[in-house]
Design a protein around this ligand. Structure first.
Ligand code: 5AD
Ligand code: SF4
Length: 439
């Protein structure tokens, strides 16, 4: 019998990309084929994000577009999974007649069954949140490559006032350590060279192991020891729990990348309070200083929101000043987007769209200039680069990333292959790339 073919399209954060690998694994075990060409699909799943309104708008547009596939293949089943499924629930089925199944992040085990019912003509919805589901017995169906994600915890307990995540992904829960260690060992055996540990708040990881409590620094130190040939990254960390112990652990282990993503959100303590971030700007700056002191060449990246309710020009200037002072290597910068159901949705969204955009653009411009300056400062330095493939522009060039997550392009001479760690001297830069040569 021919197996039904499933095509999964993923939107949003790395956690969603990691979840798609879990869903693909569950589907394969359930007797489906996973394909990467949408035209052949019997089932199309969209794994979605709800964090900002435009992320959801994109999905609505995509669903409109998918109607043409439905016209061509009447028995096509379309499903929406992930955060938007959890947030909208039955409304999605009511509003979008093409959608037959809706599945939230903690109910992925039900997807094969729901698809089978949908093939039989029955619409299905599963959106219960769980306090324990971590999918730790599922081996993700990973696409080939030298890098892999491992989700080590799920959910979030912080309830920052602007954020929908605690409502779409539920409470914070950590995976059992033994299952993660086995996954790390398996990946090492398969020749994986880089692992990114994922969680909404990886540094709030805590699990009991043989009667002993293991926290995130202990966990990552253990991995660094178990798999010395693998480079470890992690994301994302909350500034309130980036401990000295974690910074010291990164400093002490060569194979834990010198790159920390720490979402600042705002440079104004007043706004941080309204956001319920649980730290002051001074505390945040103190953490950054500690990182710079213990790991001088550590790359720093951040998230910033412009135009939160009640943000004054003075608050905005403090954010600009923070960007100027801290000098991030990279930043994700967003306009505030009110999300129904969150605390800040009830606050007056009083910075108008034009002003939000103006503030956002100011932050982006300043940040881009700083990133360029920091890239230029790399000229003349030698970097260790993990080779990821040939460069998009030229087959004679290879590309890879430094531990600090900067993209480096260099002539393939002497020749190297994907997965090699090579030394490259940086000779010039373009806006987002370092150009170098092997030494
Ligand atoms: N509006 C704008 N940005 C948001 N983020 C989360 N919620 C919102 C929102 N309602 C941003 C934060 C977070 C990142 C993942 O998305 O900066 O760190
Ligand atoms: Fe959202 Fe805050 Fe949790 Fe991050 S820490 S997922 S911003 S509630």
């Amino acid at each position: 019998m021919n197996k039904d073919k499933v095509y999964i399209e993923t939107y949003g954060c790395q956690m969603n990309f990691s979840d798609t690998e879990i869903v693909a694994s569950l589907l394969k075990a359930g007797g489906f084929d996973i394909i990467d060409k949408i035209d052949d699909a019997d089932i199309i799943l969209l794994n979605t994000c709800s964090v900002r309104d435009n992320a959801e708008k994109k999905i609505h547009q995509r669903l409109m577009h998918l109607k043409q596939y439905k016209k061509r293949k009447n028995k096509l089943v379309v499903g929406v999974i992930g955060c938007m499924a959890e947030r909208m629930q039955e409304k999605l089925i009511e509003e979008e007649d093409i959608v037959k199944i809706v599945v939230g992040p903690d109910e992925y085990r039900l997807i094969p069954q729901l698809i089978n019912q949908a093939i039989g003509g029955q619409k299905g919805i599963a959106v219960e949140l769980s306090t324990v589901e971590t999918y730790d017995d599922i081996t993700p169906l990973r696409t080939e490559g030298i890098s892999a994600f491992i989700s080590i915890m799920r959910g979030c307990n912080n309830f920052c006032t602007y954020c929908i995540v605690p409502y779409t992904r539920g409470r914070d829960r950590s995976r059992e350590i033994a299952t993660i260690i086995n996954e790390v060992k398996d990946l090492a055996q398969q020749g994986i060279k880089e692992i990114t540990l994922l969680g909404q708040n990886v540094n709030s990881y805590t699990a009991n192991h043989k009667g002993q409590n293991i926290d995130f620094p202990e966990l990552i130190a253990r991995f660094a020891e178990v798999a010395p040939e693998i480079r470890f990254r992690f994301t994302t960390s909350h500034p309130k729990d980036i401990s000295d112990k974690l910074i010291e652990t990164i400093a002490a282990n060569d194979n834990i990348c010198n790159h920390i993503h720490l979402a600042m959100q705002s440079g104004s303590t007043r706004v941080l309070e309204m956001m319920k971030r649980k730290y002051t700007y001074e505390h945040f700056l103190g953490r950054i200083q500690k990182i710079k002191e213990l790991i001088p060449d550590c790359a720093l990246s951040t998230d910033i929101i412009a135009g939160f309710p009640g943000e004054t020009i003075d608050d905005h200037k403090q954010t600009l000043q923070a960007v100027r002072d801290i000098r991030y290597d990279g930043a994700f910068m967003f306009k505030y987007s009110p999300r129904e159901g969150t605390k800040s949705y009830d606050m007056e969204d009083d910075v108008d769209e034009k002003e939000k955009l103006r503030r956002l653009n100011q932050i982006i411009e300043m940040q881009n200039n700083i990133a360029l300056e920091l890239n230029d400062a790399e000229i003349g330095k030698t970097q260790e680069v993990l080779v990821e493939g040939s460069s998009k522009r030229s087959r004679d060039d290879m590309m890879g990333r430094t531990g600090t997550n900067k993209v480096v392009v260099f002539p393939n001479n002497p020749p190297c292959k994907i997965g090699d760690l090579v030394k490259v001297k940086i000779i010039r830069t373009t806006s987002a790339t370092l150009i170098g040569k092997r030494i």
